[in-house]
Design a protein around this ligand. Structure first.
Ligand code: TLP
Length: 372
C-alpha cells in the first residue's frame, strides 16, 4: 500500500478513498447519522441483555431503558418505540382528535418526511409556519392559533424540532422554547418536541436533557441517530400520556416482544455515546470551514451548530450529478432543502476523514463544473 493510500488520500484514479491501515476501500458515508453500526461493546451488551415479553411489560431491559429515559428527561414515564416516525405519530394521535389542527414548522421532519402520516393516523391537518433555523416567529404562531368558531379546526398541538434537521442541525434556544410553551399554555394547546437529535443540542450547549424537556408535554428522542444504536426511539411524557401512547403503539403494530436486545443497545448508547457527540460537532465544523473557504459553495458557518452541515453546491448542477461526483471521490452525501446538500457527522467519522471528505467534495464540485 502506498503512503498516500495509508494516509487516506485520493486514489490515483480519483475514485474513492483508502481509509485506515488495513487498506480497506471505504466510502466516507455522510448521508446521515442513521448509518452508524453498533460497536463491538454494544453488540456484546445486546447479546447478554435479559429479555421478556414486552407486550406483557415483562422485558427487564426495555423497562430499564424506559425508566432511565424518563428520569433523564424529568418526565413521569417513557415508552420504547421502533422509530422516530412512530414516536411522533403516536404523539399526534394521543394529543389530538381527528379533524383538529397541529402547528408545525414548514421544513419539519413531521411535515416533510413522514409520508403524510398525520392525515392517515391521527387524521389531523397540519398548519405549517416557515422559519429561520426552526424558530417559528411567536407572532406567526399566535396568529396561526384558530379562534373558537365552529367552522375552524381546533388547534390542538404545536410541534418543535430540536435540533432542526433540514435547517442544518440548528439548536432551538431554551428561552425561545419557553416562550412558545407559555403561548401554548395560554391557549390550552399541547406542546410536543421532535427531539430525534436532542442529545446533540445538549452536548453542544451543556444544558441537561431535562432542562430542554421541561417546557414540553411530550418528547420523542432517538437512539438510532448520533448515539449509534441500531434501532429505536422513545416517547416521554406524563403517565397518562404514555398509557395512551402504549395503546397507539399496539394499534400501529409496534409491540415488539423481546425488544430488550434493542433496548440494551439504546441504554448503552445513552450511557456511553452522549458525551462524544461533541467530536462530531467539531468534525462538522472542520469540514464546513474548508468548504466555506472555497468559492464553489455557499455555507453559513454560524448555522453549523451540531453534527449537520447543509450547503449550496454549484448552481445549475442537478443534485444527482453533484452527489455522483462526490461518490466517485469517495464521499456519500444526502439532499437537503432544494439546492442544498447535507453532510452528517457521526461516530464512524474521525477528524482525518472529515478533512478528506472536505477535499473530496471540493474536487467533486470542480469536476462537475468542468463537465458542464
Ligand atoms: N431523519 C432521517 C431522514 O428521515 C431524513 C435523517 O437521515 O436525518 N425526526 C427527525 C428530526 C429526524 O431527523 C428523523 C430521521 C426522524 C424524526 C425519524 O426517525 P426514524 O428514522 O427513526 O423514523
Amino acid at each position: 500500500m502506498s503512503q498516500s493510500a495509508a494516509l487516506g488520500e485520493s486514489s490515483p484514479s480519483g475514485c474513492g478513498i483508502f481509509v485506515g491501515i488495513r487498506a480497506a476501500w471505504v466510502m466516507i458515508d455522510l448521508r446521515s447519522d442513521t448509518v452508524t453500526q453498533p460497536t463491538e461493546e454494544m453488540r456484546r451488551v445486546m447479546a447478554q441483555a435479559p429479555v421478556g415479553d414486552d407486550v406483557f411489560g415483562e422485558d427487564p431491559s426495555v423497562n430499564a431503558l424506559q425508566e432511565f429515559v424518563a428520569e433523564l428527561l424529568g418526565k413521569e414515564a417513557a415508552l420504547f418505540v421502533p422509530s422516530g416516525v412512530m414516536g411522533n405519530q403516536i404523539a399526534l394521535a394521543v394529543h389530538c382528535r381527528p379533524g383538529e389542527e397541529v402547528i408545525v414548522e414548514a421544513a419539519s421532519h413531521i411535515f416533510t418526511y413522514e409520508t403524510a402520516a398525520p392525515a392517515l393516523i391521527a387524521r389531523v391537518q397540519l398548519f405549517c409556519i416557515p422559519s429561520q433555523r426552526g424558530q417559528m416567529p411567536l407572532a406567526a404562531l399566535e396568529q396561526a392559533i384558530r379562534p373558537p368558531a365552529y367552522y375552524f379546526p381546533r388547534t390542538a398541538l404545536i410541534c418543535l424540532e430540536n435540533t432542526h434537521n433540514r435547517h442544518g442541525g440548528t439548536i432551538l434556544p431554551l428561552d425561545y422554547i419557553e416562550a412558545v410553551a407559555h403561548l401554548a399554555q395560554r391557549h390550552n394547546i399541547a406542546l410536543h418536541c421532535d427531539g430525534a437529535r436532542l442529545w446533540n443540542a445538549c452536548a453542544a450547549t451543556g444544558l441537561e436533557p431535562r432542562q430542554y424537556a421541561e417546557p414540553f408535554d411530550s418528547l420523542m428522542v432517538s437512539f438510532s441517530k448520533g448515539l449509534g444504536a441500531p434501532v429505536g426511539s422513545a416517547l416521554v411524557g406524563s403517565r397518562a400520556f404514555i398509557e395512551e401512547a402504549r395503546r397507539w403503539r399496539k394499534i400501529l403494530g409496534g409491540g415488539m416482544r423481546q425488544a430488550g436486545i434493542l433496548a440494551a443497545a439504546a441504554l448503552y448508547a445513552l450511557q456511553h455515546h452522549r458525551e462524544r457527540l461533541c467530536e462530531d460537532h467539531e468534525n462538522a465544523l472542520l469540514f464546513a470551514r474548508l468548504l466555506a473557504e472555497s468559492a464553489l459553495f455557499e455555507l453559513e458557518l454560524d448555522r453549523v451548530q451540531t453534527n449537520i452541515v447543509v450547503f449550496r453546491y454549484p448552481a445549475h448542477v442537478p443534485f444527482a450529478a453533484f452527489a455522483e461526483a462526490c461518490r466517485r471521490e469517495g464521499v456519500l452525501l444526502s439532499q437537503g432543502m432544494p439546492g442544498f446538500a447535507r453532510a452528517v457527522f457521526h461516530l464512524h467519522i474521525d477528524r482525518k476523514q472529515a478533512l478528506q471528505a472536505a477535499h473530496a467534495v471540493i474536487r467533486a464540485a470542480r469536476s462537475v463544473l468542468v463537465g458542464t
